[in-house]
Design a protein. Sequence first.
Length: 348
Amino acid sequence: MTESDDVKTKSSPSKPIAELSELYKIFKQGQNEVMALKNINLKIYPGELVVIMGPSGSGKTTLLHVIAGITRPSAGNVTVNDLKVEKLKDEGIQDLLQNHIGMIFQFFNLIPTLTATGNVEMPMIVSKMPKIQRKERVQYLLKEVGMIERANHRPFALSGGEKQRIAIAQAFANNPELILADEPTGNVDSISAEKIMQYFKKALVDNPEKAMIIVTHDIVFRKIADRTLILRDGEIIKEYGRFSQDELDTQKNAKISDQIGEITHKHEQTQALINGKHDHLFFEDIIQCPKCGSKEILKAYDKEAGALFTHNQQIITRMSIACLKCSEITYHYAGIYNIKKDLHQPHD
Ligand SMILES: Nc1ncnc2c1ncn2[C@@H]1O[C@H](COP(=O)(O)OP(=O)(O)OP(=O)(O)O)[C@@H](O)[C@H]1O
């Protein structure tokens, strides 16, 4: 440990791994101020998997960065594994990120010139783990994420899902107590996303002394979450507990990849879209769950949607509306795109 005792609190088994109290973050740009986090109070206990959702710009990434010491809070306290993060100096932050927090990003952040083995081993080299121990742990971690066959591949030769599995193994390298993941399935297909989700769950079952905070737009993460927090304008506006068995069944039935081609809800403008009367439509007018009427909904474009429906040389994309209250997922046509022009960027 590199920090002096004044940044350490007394350890006790029932203590949270991370504790945030009265946390604020204000970004200043010239005359403008953005309050990215507002009075966040949160305790994360060992064995917990906490999911954070919320609209773009609601402060999710900022929250992870403040916990990791990458961004300094404007006010309030963050404690991780007994370390008072906001008081740590550079050396302490380095120790925190090297040994106590494992971070996973949407775009993997792997070193392109290193193999899968090299990438997973790197944090252990930095923390000076003896070579024999390091080699054993790399093997163990690559096996855990199902990537032992790809140990000698460099990132360019791996799919998005495979790169993310390497990044997960890397995040666990130095056995950190807290895992922070920012959109870990944002750049992978839905089958890889399901696998990644299961790795997270298994890792916690195998290591109940750890905790995870996962920022995601992917509603299916609620399946494995002990708690789901909804952020809006920098504030936690809602907290959901675990899914009940009924809710889990609903989620299973609603799995996007199982429902390709089955549109369960058609918007009145669909016909106009198909007839080509509109080039591009977004359904900002859908503001509530069609089933229960709750306005706590998340809108997302299906990952598979780009190639879902073709009609008259056009692709019709669809949007899923996930209800955070009743967990119903409905699908809506979201836009129509000319195949030649927009094939590779159907969501822009
Ligand atoms: N370094 C910065 N300087 C100025 N403003 C910032 C900075 N980082 C974030 N912000 C602002 O803080 C707010 C919260 O941003 P943040 O990236 O945390 O949101 P988010 O919920 O993660 O969004 P997304 O889902 O789009 O990634 C936004 O208004 C953003 O523009």
